[in-house]
Design a protein around this ligand. Structure first.
Ligand code: SF4
Length: 410
C-alpha cells in the first residue's frame, strides 16, 4: 500500500507573537529573517543594507545595538527607512549592556520592534537577574516582544556547571553533549519563565537555542518544542561559508520544519569579503519554497545536463530565465499577483524533457546531441509549439513572459 508520507507533520501549535507588522508563530506563515553586518552607528550603510535585505524578501531584520553610538542612530535609521517605504520591523541585538542602552535611549527602545536578549550575556553574573528584569520592564513599557536567544557559544556557564555537577553525581550519567543540550534548553526556558513572572505575556516571547552542529540543533529544537509552546526562531549558528553553510542550514532546519517545528528562520551564512548579504535571504526563501511551505519566486526546474547535451544553450537559457525572474520579482509581485507559484522547466533533451515540461506550467525540451534540432514547448501540460533555429532561447523567454501576462496579469 502506498502511504501518503510526502508531507510535513502538522505544525506545532505555538503562541503567535506580533513583531511590528509581522506575526511569528500560531498559524502565520513561517517568517524569513536576517541580520545586518554593518556598524549600526553608520546609519548610511545600515539603511542601505536593511533596505537591500527587505527588498530581497527578509520580513524582519535584526541590527546590532552594541554601544551608545549605535543606539543613538536606531531612531534615525527607522525614520530613513520609513521615508523610502521600507517598513520591515527592526530587531535590536543586545549583549552585556542592553539594559543600559535601552534605558538611556528611549527613542531606540521605541523604534525597535523586538529586543533580542542572550541569557548568557546579560551583564555580569551578580547583576544578571536585575539587568534581565530591567530589559523586560522596558519591553513591557514600550509594549515590545523579546526573543530569548540562547547561543551555545555564550551559554550561561553557571547553569552549565550546575548541570554538569548534577550529572556527575547521578547514578545514570549522560554524555557531556547531552548535558550541554539540556543547559541550552533550560537557559531559554528559565529565562522565559522569569520574563513571564515579571509580567510578560507568552504572546510577547520568542525562543531560540542555536548551536553549530546539525545533529545537535535537531535534538535541541525537537526537545525544546516538546517542552513549551513559545514561538520558535530556528537557526544554525556559525553555519559557515559557501556550500557548507547552505547544506548544514538546509539539512538541520529542513528536518525540523518537516517535523512541524519552527515559526521563523534565519540562515546564517558567512559572506565572502564584500559578498552579497542578501544571499542568506534567498537561501531561506528557497528552503521554505522547495519544501512546499511558502512560495516567493517562480521555480525554474532544469536538468543537470549530461553527455547528451554538448551545447550550453539549455544551461544559459535556464540561468537567463531564473535571473530575469529574480530581477523582475519586486515589480511582478504587484503587477502579477500569484506569479510566485509559477513553475518553469528547461530541459536538455527528450529523455526527461517532455515529461518534466508537461508537469511544469510552461516548459521546453531543448534538442540533445543527435536529436532533431527542434524544441517542443508545453503549456499547462499540452504541447503548444515547436521552436527551431537560432532564436529558440529568445522565443521561449518571450513565451514565458506572455504566459505570465495572460495568467497573472490583472
Ligand atoms: Fe541528460 Fe537529457 Fe536527462 Fe538532461 S534530460 S540530464 S540532457 S538525459
Amino acid at each position: 500500500m502506498i502511504d501518503d508520507f510526502a508531507k510535513p507533520k502538522q505544525r506545532r501549535q505555538s503562541v503567535p507573537v506580533r513583531v511590528g507588522n509581522v506575526t511569528v508563530g500560531g498559524d502565520a506563515p513561517i517568517v524569513v529573517q536576517s541580520m545586518t553586518n554593518t556598524d549600526t552607528a553608520d546609519a548610511d550603510a545600515t539603511v542601505a543594507q536593511v533596505a537591500a535585505l527587505a527588498r530581497a524578501g527578509s520580513e524582519i531584520v535584526r541590527i546590532t545595538v552594541d554601544r551608545p553610538e549605535a543606539a543613538a542612530q536606531v531612531p534615525r535609521i527607522r525614520e530613513r527607512l520609513d521615508r523610502i517605504g521600507i517598513d520591515v520591523p527592526l530587531v535590536g541585538d543586545f549583549h552585556y549592556i542592553g539594559h543600559k542602552l535601552l534605558a538611556d535611549y528611549p527613542d531606540c527602545a521605541s523604534a525597535l520592534e523586538k529586543y533580542r536578549i542572550n541569557p548568557g550575556n546579560v551583564g555580569f553574573k551578580a547583576k544578571r537577574d536585575t539587568q534581565f528584569s530591567q530589559i523586560i520592564d522596558i519591553a513591557l513599557k514600550h509594549d515590545k516582544p523579546v526573543r530569548i536567544g540562547v547561543n551555545w557559544g555564550s551559554l550561561d556557564q553557571e547553569l552549565l556547571t550546575k548541570l554538569m555537577d548534577d550529572n556527575a553525581a547521578s547514578e545514570n550519567p549522560v554524555s557531556a553533549s547531552a548535558v550541554m543540550r539540556e543547559a541550552i534548553i533550560q537557559s531559554g526556558l528559565l529565562s522565559a519563565e522569569r520574563a513571564e513572572a515579571l509580567g510578560m505575556g507568552r504572546d510577547k516571547i520568542i525562543l531560540s537555542a542555536k548551536v553549530s552542529q546539525v545533529q545537535d540543533l535537531i535534538a535541541v529544537y525537537a526537545d525544546l518544542a516538546s517542552r513549551c509552546d513559545y514561538a520558535l526562531h530556528l537557526g544554525l549558528t556559525e553555519a559557515g561559508m559557501g556550500t557548507k553553510g547552505i547544506v548544514s542550514s538546509a539539512a538541520s532546519m529542513g528536518i525540523l520544519l518537516q517535523q512541524g517545528i519552527g515559526d521563523t528562520i534565519r540562515v546564517s551564512l558567512t559572506p565572502e569579503p564584500g559578498g552579497d548579504r542578501t544571499r542568506e535571504v534567498q537561501v531561506a526563501q528557497e528552503l521554505l519554497q522547495v519544501m512546499g511551505f511558502r512560495a516567493f519566486v517562480p521555480i525554474v526546474a532544469a536538468c543537470p545536463g549530461c553527455g547528451r547535451t554538448t551545447s550550453t544553450v539549455f544551461q544559459e537559457l535556464a540561468g537567463d530565465i531564473q535571473g530575469h525572474i529574480r530581477d523582475s520579482m519586486p515589480k511582478w509581485r504587484e503587477q502579477y499577483p500569484g506569479v510566485e507559484n509559477l513553475n518553469v522547466a528547461v530541459m536538455g533533451c527528450i529523455v526527461n524533457g517532455p515529461g518534466e515540461s508537461k508537469h511544469a506550467d510552461i516548459g521546453i525540451s531543448l534538442p540533445g546531441t543527435g536529436e532533431t534540432p527542434s524544441a517542443p514547448v508545453f503549456v499547462d501540460g499540452e504541447k503548444v509549439a515547436t521552436l527551431r533555429g537560432e532564436s529558440i532561447a529568445d522565443e521561449f523567454k518571450q513565451m514565458v513572459l506572455d504566459y505570465i501576462e495572460r495568467r497573472y496579469g490583472q
